[in-house]
Ligand binder design. Sequence first.
Ligand code: F6R
Length: 244
Amino acid sequence: MGDLRIAVVEDDEALSRTGADLVADAIARHPTAAVVPATGNTPMGLYAELAGRRRAGTLDVGRVTAVQLDEYLGLDAGDRRSLFGWMHRSFLDPLGIEGEHVVRLPTDGDLEEACVSFDRELLARGGIDLAILGLGSNGHLGFNEPPAEANVPTRAVDLSPMTVEANGRYWGDVADVPTRAVTLGLGPLLSARAIVLVVSGLGKRAIVHRLLEGPVGPSVPASFLQTAEGDVTVVVDRSAWGNR
Ligand code: F6R
């Protein structure tokens, strides 16, 4: 088991800076790292901070590989709601990561078989070095919705009503949120050598304390971070943490 650290920061800016420090350190130590960048709102400032450091010449991501965390199913190519598109705009483009340095999840064909091959190939290339994750208010990581066991593989899932509701803020309307998705499994995610979980806002207060202090189990998938193989850092802002 790795170490679990908690960094409580005052605001969004500090969350982005602290998260970017952790990511930049991990990449400096391991320039060919395979990095999983979550989409969602919370890590956007962190990615902007990384992009600023790259522009300033203090961060070299030239040999990093990005591995997609999750994607909705049933979208046409170029759909505005594609999470791959979001990952492109927020992470790949600003950091100049492209071509063979991008590993994309399968979204069509025989998904069950494609996901098994995906996990096998991910393992063969050395697995995940660093996962940058956000926290669902239902305790999901990626789209590993509760209940999810610690060893679940990459697979297609139904999104929970709570996640569909929460994702409505990305696309303007809950009715626009796809209800099926493919997600990296908790198995490969929890085997990452390092995980940075960014958590922000009052709405995440109950779940962040539950994941850190409550029992470990499938009803809160993120609670398995307590027993992850690699080092986990939870960067949490004051409004999510409270005045403890
Ligand atoms: C996004 C993802 C989700 C989000 C989580 C938090 O790729 O996998 O697990 O990280 O739902 O989303 P935000 O940051 O928007 O609160």
